[in-house]
Design a protein around this ligand. Structure first.
Ligand SMILES: [Ca+2]
Ligand SMILES: [Ca+2]
Ligand SMILES: [Ca+2]
Length: 182
């Protein structure tokens, strides 16, 4: 990971969301542009939808939500905020914080066939169930979330999120969402 800003706090083993940031920042300039979000969506095989509307909406909401200073690029400092949102809402406690004690039940709920891994279709199904009933394009939203979720969490790329991979992501998100000490 480049950038002097983080050299003193990130341990040598790249973590789930640090790795994701590195992959998304394709030109390695320390920020994710709207165009790089688009390339990531393609790489994660998120379907574009009619006239690419799914991609353009996802890019819009990514930038609107994360590019806090409207610089046109999402820096690591801004990106850290996405960590908790990539993980299922069932991992958050009443205060909205990622709670590692909820990992067991969240994982078990997603792993419907109980084979010890969350597949893309299981992630999609589980995400759909967690979305409010009146969510517009609920099925599409769940599909996009599942594609991006597998891409982010399946560290060894075997197509399923194992409990270890899941726990790594939960721990990383928990650390990233902790009140900042800098
Ligand atoms: Ca970039
Ligand atoms: Ca499974
Ligand atoms: Ca895996």
């Amino acid at each position: 990971m480049k950038g002097a800003l983080m050299t003193n706090r990130i341990d040598p083993r790249a973590k789930t969301f640090e790795r994701l940031f590195e992959r998304m920042d394709r030109n390695d300039d320390g920020a994710i542009s709207r165009k790089e979000v688009g390339k990531h969506l393609k790489a994660a095989e998120v379907p574009g939808g009619l006239f690419g509307v799914v991609h353009s909406k996802t890019k819009d909401s990514f930038m609107a939500k994360l590019d806090s200073d409207r610089s046109g690029g999402v820096t690591w400092g801004e990106f850290k905020g996405v960590a908790a949102d990539i993980l299922p809402a069932s991992l958050k406690n009443e205060t909205g914080r990622i709670d590692a004690t909820l990992a067991d039940s969240a994982f078990t709920d997603f792993d419907r066939n109980k084979d010890g891994g969350i597949s893309e279709s299981e992630l999609k199904h589980g995400t759909y169930e967690l979305l409010p009933e009146d969510t517009s394009f609920r099925g599409t939203m769940a599909e996009v979330a599942a594609k991006l979720g597998i891409d982010a969490l399946d560290a060894d790329g075997d197509g399923a999120v194992t409990r270890d991979e899941f726990d790594d992501a939960v721990q990383d998100a928990d650390e990233l969402s902790a009140p900042s000490e800098d």
